[in-house]
Design a protein around this ligand. Structure first.
Ligand SMILES: NC(=O)c1ccc[n+]([C@@H]2O[C@H](COP(=O)([O-])OP(=O)(O)OC[C@H]3O[C@@H](n4cnc5c(N)ncnc54)[C@H](OP(=O)(O)O)[C@@H]3O)[C@@H](O)[C@H]2O)c1
Length: 329
């Protein structure tokens, strides 16, 4: 079967190769074999190949998310049957099949589109939990976020709207204004050093207690300029590669706090029932059309270099997704 392996740290499209490996072994008791149907490429994958994010040391397989169908079950597996659709909690999913402990899977409904299922592990729960766990938001309150057209950003817009919370969405390209308004954004603005003044000119002294930062560096500081006194900046990504910046005026005068969110230390540190309940809720939100993750292109595993170059490109309109067992019709 085919699998993607990265041989050393470096530019993703240069260090990742599609290789022929042994088929996944028959499952032992407590294990299942899954044929991976779809697996998204996330910024975390790219950072791991560059040695900038916690992950395996090369040579290794990679792929933080994926979804597929159970093709074999080991003795004592009662919670799944052959033919069930599952999402994968394992982190090496760019492969045609894998045999893993049943606890590394979560059953998902058949009516959930498989290209959406391939993207539900990381981004939707991150948006939901960041919106829920840091500030007590009331209907009519505002939140601000950067990289607002990312998958996390789009989920956040849609989840906020469903709760009556308004969003200020910071992007780096003007052509995103209209599409984000169509997703349900209340305000879309370009990043810049005068962000605080421009946002306050639009929303006045409305309550904006939460900023959600995927970028770090000065972009984090621009968000903090918009936050109400006593509010929180939650950093969850380092797309710029620069340290988060808050000034003493933010922390001392305005009592704004900076904290970090990581799904690994949040959802995945919680009991199994909470993880399952979270993905049941997320799957239903996709089925109901509340959440949606656009896909720009799909690739097979032997197109890995092309797929990774595409995923690293600025200005995408959706995710790049591997279909390891062939195109999804
Ligand atoms: N902490 C956690 O647990 C957790 C969980 C999930 C995701 N994440 C993080 O969330 C972030 C978004 O992930 P995603 O999968 O939603 O992303 P995505 O859909 O792949 O989109 C990437 C986004 O990043 C923007 N971007 C890239 N480089 C940038 C830069 N230097 N400055 C400003 N914007 C930049 C892109 O803007 P353009 O469209 O203009 O190119 C686009 O909006 C990533 O940093 C990821 O690692 C963290």
């Amino acid at each position: 079967m085919k699998a993607v392996e990265f041989q050393e740290y470096g530019p993703p499209h240069e260090v990742c190769h599609c290789v022929e490996v042994d088929d996944a072994p028959a499952p032992e008791p407590g294990e299942v074999t899954v044929a991976v149907e779809a697996a998204a490429i996330n910024p975390a994958d790219l950072l791991i190949f560059e040695g900038r994010y916690p992950g395996p040391n090369p040579p290794a397989r990679q792929g933080v998310e994926g979804a597929g169908r159970v093709t074999a079950i080991g003795d004592s597996v009662t919670q799944l049957a052959v033919g069930d659709r599952v999402m994968l909690l394992s982190r090496d999913n760019w492969v045609q099949q894998q045999t893993i402990p049943v606890g590394q899977t979560v059953r998902i409904p058949e009516e959930l589109d498989i290209l959406q299922a391939a993207q539900i592990k990381a981004n939707p729960p991150s948006a939901i939990l960041m919106l829920r766990d840091y500030e007590d938001l009331n209907e009519g309150d505002w939140v601000i976020q950067n990289a607002a057209n990312s998958a996390v950003g789009l989920h956040l817009i849609r989840m906020a709207r469903a709760r009556g919370i308004k969003t200020v969405n910071v992007v780096r390209r003007e052509e995103l204004f209209q599409p984000l308004m169509e997703h349900g954004a209340n305000l879309v603005v370009l990043d810049g050093p005068d962000l605080g003044e421009r946002v306050r000119a639009e929303i006045g002294d409305a309550c904006l207690p939460l900023a959600i930062d995927a970028v770090g560096g000065s972009s984090c500081q621009h968000l903090a300029d918009c936050v109400s006194d006593g509010g929180t900046v939650v950093n969850y990504g380092f797309l710029s590669g620069d340290p988060c910046m808050l000034t003493p005026s933010h922390t001392i005068v305005h009592q704004i706090s900076l904290t970090g969110f990581w799904l690994v230390k949040n959802l995945f540190a919680r009991p199994r029932e909470v993880i399952e309940a979270t993905y049941t809720e997320v799957a239903q939100l996709f089925i109901d059309g509340v959440l949606y993750s656009p896909v720009e292109a799909t690739y097979t595993l032997d197109q890995v270099a092309q797929a990774l170059q595409h995923a690293a490109r600025e200005g995408r309109t959706g995710k790049i997704v591997f279909t390891p067992n062939g195109a999804i019709t």
